[in-house]
Ligand binder design. Structure first.
Ligand SMILES: Nc1nc2c(c(=O)[nH]1)N[C@H]1C(S)=C(S)[C@@H](COP(=O)(O)O)O[C@H]1N2
Ligand SMILES: [Mo]
Length: 371
């Protein structure tokens, strides 16, 4: 068994030393704005709108909601132009969904990899209200041979690391089966309020169980394609390497991987000796539910079950706690957590290099000081 190196653990402490916004968010990038939820402040199951992490590739587009239309076209029987008012007349649903950026935890990797250097907080949980994408596809009517559903945002800019490509929009596709699943929403409300501009006003996709990149914001166009969509954000970016008959093959990032994070204590925090300390955090997974969370106080050698809080809600994170009896003597302790989902998938102890700079879910101990 290979444990994450001490350098990995130091990385978590490094994540704490950064600039914060007026709302107390960690500023990872000013322009475009990329804001991290300070994960050590986790208390409640729902993340308030002004604390929900923000991941933007380009400048935020300012859309006039009166002039805005959602165009639905491609391999459909009837192309549509839907106004915000039309959408409000369709039956809506509310679902609680955790979004995690595929790069969450990146700043903990050693050696460093490229991309926004997220600590623990490129993950948040909110209640989203909107019309199922399936209902809109149903209205347009899919033509035979439809394969993918492309979601396009109004934001555009230069393609990252591809200067000759010029300006491209942010767009991602879903295979038909996921696009038609009842939980996939075109959301116009977040935690009971109008969708904030930073989170995609007037309309965004919410794709439960998938990494945040699938949940396209500032939606303006849905294009049904008759062949697999090989867009920029699922070929040159947001891909991982899978093995196919021994050959490395790039595959788009889709489902979230099972993962737990410790909110408290924070890395480097001093905890009192001979005391009862509440270790606390959250755990989530993709198309399943969290079945078990375990805590280790000896650097990922032995594990004890933590207590799962609240009720299981598919597609939302589960809070957990562990009453830790801290040791008598002063010294450093490496705390770790690992989650297992209802399909029996458990967080790995080692990182799979094929995941490049994405999908970071291996067990990552935090070092605290007993004194
Ligand atoms: N139009 C558009 N949609 C987008 C993005 C973007 O840059 N533009 N970023 C994606 C990524 S990578 C993530 S992780 C989520 C983040 O959603 P949030 O900013 O509401 O947290 O939005 C996704 N949708
Ligand atoms: Mo992301």
């Amino acid at each position: 068994m290979v444990l994450p190196s001490p350098a990995f653990v130091r990385g978590i402490a490094r994540a704490g030393n950064v600039e914060t916004s007026s709302a107390g968010m960690i500023v990872r990038q000013r322009s475009p704005e990329n804001l991290e939820f300070p994960f050590h402040t986790l208390e409640r199951w729902i993340t308030p709108n002004d604390r929900f992490y923000v991941r933007n590739h380009f400048a935020v587009p300012n859309l006039d909601p009166r002039a805005w239309r959602l165009r639905v076209e491609g391999a459909v029987r009837q192309a549509l132009q839907i106004s915000a008012e039309d959408l409000r007349r369709l039956p809506s649903r509310t679902v609680t969904v955790t979004l995690e950026c595929a790069g969450n935890g990146r700043c903990l990797l050693n050696p460093a990899v490229r991309g926004v250097q997220w600590g623990l907080g490129a993950v948040s949980n909110a209640e989203w209200t909107g019309v199922p994408l399936a209902a809109v596809l149903e209205r347009a009517g899919l033509r035979d041979g439809a394969v993918d559903v492309v979601l396009e945002g109004a934001d555009t800019g230069p393609a990252p690391n591809e200067p000759t490509l010029g300006t491209i929009p942010f767009a991602r596709s879903l295979p038909l089966a996921k696009a038609r699943s009842p939980e996939v929403l075109l959301a116009c409300r977040m935690n009971g309020a109008d969708l904030p501009l930073a989170h995609g006003f007037p309309l965004r996709a919410v794709v439960p169980g998938w990494y945040g990149v699938a949940s396209v914001k500032w939606l303006t166009r849905v294009v049904v394609t008759d062949r697999p969509f090989a867009g920029f954000w699922q070929t040159l970016d947001y891909t991982v390497v899978e093995r196919n008959r021994g050959l490395p093959v790039l595959a788009p990032i889709t489902e979230m991987q099972v993962k737990a994070e410790i909110a408290r204590p924070r890395a480097g925090e001093a905890v009192p000796p001979n005391a009862s300390f509440r270790v606390f955090g959250a755990a989530w997974t993709g198309e399943s539910e969290i079945a078990r969370v375990e805590v280790s106080t000896d650097g990922a050698r032995t594990w004890t079950a933590a207590r799962l809080l609240g009720e299981p809600v598919r597609f939302a994170w589960r809070l957990w706690e562990y009453p830790w009896q801290t040791p008598a003597g002063p010294g450093r302790v490496r705390l770790a957590v690992r989650a297992t989902d209802a399909r029996g998938r458990t967080q790995p102890l080692e990182r799979d290099g094929g995941r490049r700079n994405y999908m970071i879910n291996h067990v990552a101990p935090v070092e605290v000081e007993v004194r």
